[in-house]
Write a protein that binds this ligand. Structure first.
Ligand code: SAH
Length: 342
């Protein structure tokens, strides 16, 4: 089956030309797929009936179905467990903020990166998501809630820069004026630090926000919890980040999960401040979510605020991430693990 929703408008033109169709049909079809988000080919009433029949025989329309949906009674956070056409599962989380709805989406089934604190990597890597499977997480959440998704964070299951081609394709499709037309300025991409891809991304000069999962301030500690650091150390990673900002003029966001007694001391706060000094950055402090295998515990509130204060005194802007959806296991990877375990 041809995966129509992963195709760009010019690829659709080529496909349709092969079926003897004029060029303008591609724009119509693209609009049905990405703007009106048709659920069947029959709906595409401005396409000739014969073409609709041809397409329905050789192309797939929907990539995902909702297998479970949990709504937090605390803050309205919605968590979706999606089933893919091959029976695999991924998750998305819709978070409600004053400035609008933000959707956290997955880029892979499982993950190869092996970060010690992360639930999504524990059962290993299964496969990359296609561009359409990434996109449909956004479309389905929008349709299901009937609300606008105003921003997207690629912070769900998977390492987006390890599924680079499909993620770039997703970024192109979602920003298309003939589709959802969501500006790259409202999209964050989070990476554990695949340095060669950061350089490549810099050359593309997209307006997305790059988030770097840092979590430690020296190589021994970072390599201990994030195997990727053995390939590219902190200095190399931050060099790539400086290059990225130089090219794109975009502020980089650094994620730092605070783990009690591991990386949450005053010494680490000072070290973090000196690593980031003089760069265009923002630090997101995240109380670590408990994952059984790692045995890491959240830092106590006072230590988190003390850490933030040290950064502030050194001129580094830092915010503490609010915990949302605490009653529905909203942290990444948790629902999929449950589903796979059943
Ligand atoms: N692979 C990408 C995106 C997915 S993880 C990345 O590494 O950035 C999204 C964010 O959640 C990352 O910053 C990741 O380090 C963080 N994270 C993973 N497990 C966590 C946990 N148990 N507690 C807090 N943050 C966690």
């Amino acid at each position: 089956m041809i995966d129509l929703k992963s195709m760009t408008e010019s690829e659709l033109e080529e496909l349709l030309a092969g079926l003897g169709q004029p060029r303008f049909r591609a724009k119509q079809l693209f609009g049905w797929l990405h703007q009106k988000q048709a659920l069947s080919f029959e709906e595409m009433t401005n396409l000739p009936a014969a073409l609709r029949r041809q397409l329905s025989e050789s192309c797939s329309l929907t990539a995902l179905t909702v297998e479970r949906k949990l709504v937090s009674s605390l803050d309205g956070t919605v968590k979706y467990l999606y089933r893919l056409s091959d029976g695999e599962h991924v998750e998305s989380v819709l978070m409600r903020y004053e400035h609008g709805n933000s959707l956290c989406i997955s880029s892979q089934v499982g993950c190869k990166m092996g970060c010690a604190f992360c639930a999504s990597t524990k059962a290993g890597f299964v496969r990359n998501l296609t561009a359409s499977e990434i996109l449909e997480q956004v479309y389905m959440a929008g349709r299901d809630t009937g609300e606008k998704i105003s921003s997207i964070v690629m912070m769900g299951i998977g390492e987006p820069l390890d599924n680079y081609e499909n993620v770039l394709r997703f970024l192109e499709l979602i920003a298309s004026p003939d589709g959802l037309n969501l500006s790259h300025r409202h999209i964050s991409l989070s990476t554990c630090g695949i340095v060669d891809k950061i350089y490549d991304l810099a050359e593309r000069d997209l307006q997305i926000t790059l988030s770097i999962s840092l979590h430690a301030t020296d190589d021994a500690a970072r390599s201990g919890m994030m195997p990727v650091n053995r390939r590219w150390g902190i200095a190399e990673l931050l060099e790539a980040c400086r290059y990225y900002t130089g090219r794109t003029h975009r502020r980089i966001s650094y994620e730092y999960a605070l783990i009690a007694g591991v990386n949450d001391g005053r010494a680490q706060a000072l070290a973090l401040a000196s690593l980031l000094k003089g760069t265009l950055c923002h630090v997101n402090l995240i109380p670590v979510n408990y994952v059984k295998e790692a045995g890491y515990e959240k830092s106590p509130k006072e230590r988190i605020y003390a850490f933030q204060k040290v950064l502030g005194e050194k001129g580094i802007n830092a915010t503490v991430r609010r915990t949302l959806g605490a009653d529905i296991n909203a942290a990444c990877g948790q629902l999929r693990r449950e589903a796979e375990g059943r």
